[in-house]
Design a protein around this ligand. Structure first.
Ligand SMILES: [Zn+2]
Ligand SMILES: [Zn+2]
Length: 145
């Protein structure tokens, strides 16, 4: 993994760099304890990303097979959400690697989660949405990134 921090935006050389980015991004807040890279059933890791920052809702659509998936508990908030398509602010690319950072309570339940994205074209890293979980059981969401 290699993150280039020299420019305005952090740039990751590979999808897993989203994890390192989210750790740094959340360092002064609820820290990211665990990271999961979003991976489609087909094995694809490049997606169109739709998200609402305020309502805590994110959906990814696989660039390879078109499979749609709501990240973690996003579907619970869908009714009130206005989903906007992610676009890279650097190169206007619309395909990203996606991953979720989880901040955990001591008992392993989820306190907070962060949706990160890495532009598949230029590598720009960003956190696109984050929201509170804070209910139990919630551990199942870790495998629904
Ligand atoms: Zn797929
Ligand atoms: Zn880009």
């Amino acid at each position: 993994m290699a993150i280039d921090k020299s420019g305005t935006w952090w740039v990751g050389s590979e999808p897993q760099d989203i994890g390192g980015f989210l750790e740094a991004y959340s360092a002064k807040s609820y820290k990211t304890d665990l990271f999961r890279l979003s991976t489609c059933k087909c094995g694809g890791t490049a997606f169109s990303l739709l998200a609402d920052e305020d309502e805590g809702c994110a959906q990814r659509i696989c660039a390879r097979c078109g499979e749609e998936h709501f990240l973690c508990d996003s579907e619970d908030y869908l009714e009130d959400a206005t989903l906007e398509a992610w676009e890279c602010v650097e190169c206007e690319g619309a395909v990203a690697n996606v991953g979720v950072g989880f901040s955990l309570y001591e008992d392993g339940e989820i306190r907070w989660l962060y949706v990160g994205a890495r532009c598949a074209a230029c590598g720009m890293l960003g956190c696109y949405s984050s929201w509170k979980v804070a209910y139990a059981p919630s551990k199942q969401l870790i495998e629904q990134a």
